[in-house]
Design a protein around this ligand. Structure first.
Ligand code: PGA
Length: 255
């Protein structure tokens, strides 16, 4: 049974005390009403500075895990300002978000570089939450399937079966991120189904059906249940709405 995941990407928000307060609010709301099923899982991705504090807070809750929002492609050395996968493990992370469109766009991270980062994460036993997704111009030109497939072929599909089986995919149409415009549940389902079939062709159907594929892009407490009700949507990567504890917990309960 594949995992169903609500992952909160806090992006560049929250000082350490603010992150502790948000995490405590989430924990308190979940304590009274924890995720119902064993396959339901909560991931929080605070900024680097708050990782160790948040790790301590979530430690007692087996359904909660810690993610970093990025890591570097090299193991260690003279790379001022970068953070390694090994450092993230030592801070308590088990997941790392890679390939987010903000990284691709603002920090010019291309597919080859992202492939190196994915390999480094896996070598260190961090689970990548790997983002893919098209621009509005791609969708308008009916090129969205081609674009997403090429992102996957140039990165995750270069992994062997064993390594690929460890990754989580997040489909995030760039036009939906932080815009308030959500993909319709049908648009999300169509793309998730396409991604799952593509995994089937690249590897096999069993790996396809075991891969968790999350939706991201203006997913919120109001639309999560309908998005997550689609057969190939296994949860969400949540930005803005994950910064409001009650909204995030309501999204978790929509899994
Ligand atoms: P959003 O961000 O939910 O604020 O649209 C999603 C993401 O960037 O992962």
């Amino acid at each position: 049974m594949r995992k169903r995941i609500a992952a909160g990407n806090w992006k560049m928000n929250k000082t350490i005390p603010e992150a502790v307060a948000l995490c405590n609010d989430i924990i308190n709301l979940l304590r009274d009403n924890p995720p119902l099923k064993e396959e339901h899982h909560v991931v929080v991705a605070p900024p680097f500075t708050a990782l160790t504090k948040v790790a301590e807070l979530i430690e007692p809750y087996s359904y909660m895990s810690l993610a970093a929002q990025n890591c570097y492609s090299k193991p260690k050395g003279a790379f001022t300002g970068e953070v390694s996968a090994e450092m993230l493990i030592s801070a308590g992370c088990t997941y790392v978000i890679l390939g987010h469109s903000e990284r691709r766009d603002y920090f010019i991270e291309n597919d080859d570089f992202l492939y190196e980062k994915v390999c480094m994460a896996l070598e260190n036993k961090l689970t990548p939450i790997f983002c893919c997704g098209e621009l509005l111009s791609h969708r308008s030109a009916d090129a969205h399937y081609t674009v997403v497939l090429s992102q996957l072929k140039n990165t995750l599909f270069r992994l062997n079966e064993t390594d690929f089986s460890k990754v989580v995919i997040a489909y995030e149409p760039v036009w939906a991120i932080g815009t308030g415009v959500t993909a319709t549940p049908e648009q999300a389902q169509d793309m998730h189904c396409f991604i799952r079939k593509s995994i089937g062709s690249a590897y096999n159907n069993e790996i396809g059906s075991n891969t968790s594929i999350l939706y991201g892009g203006s997913c919120n407490a109001k639309n999560a249940a309908e998005l997550f009700s689609k057969p190939d949507v296994d949860g969400g990567l949540i930005g803005g709405a994950s910064l409001i504890a009650s909204d995030f917990v309501s999204i978790i309960h929509s899994l």
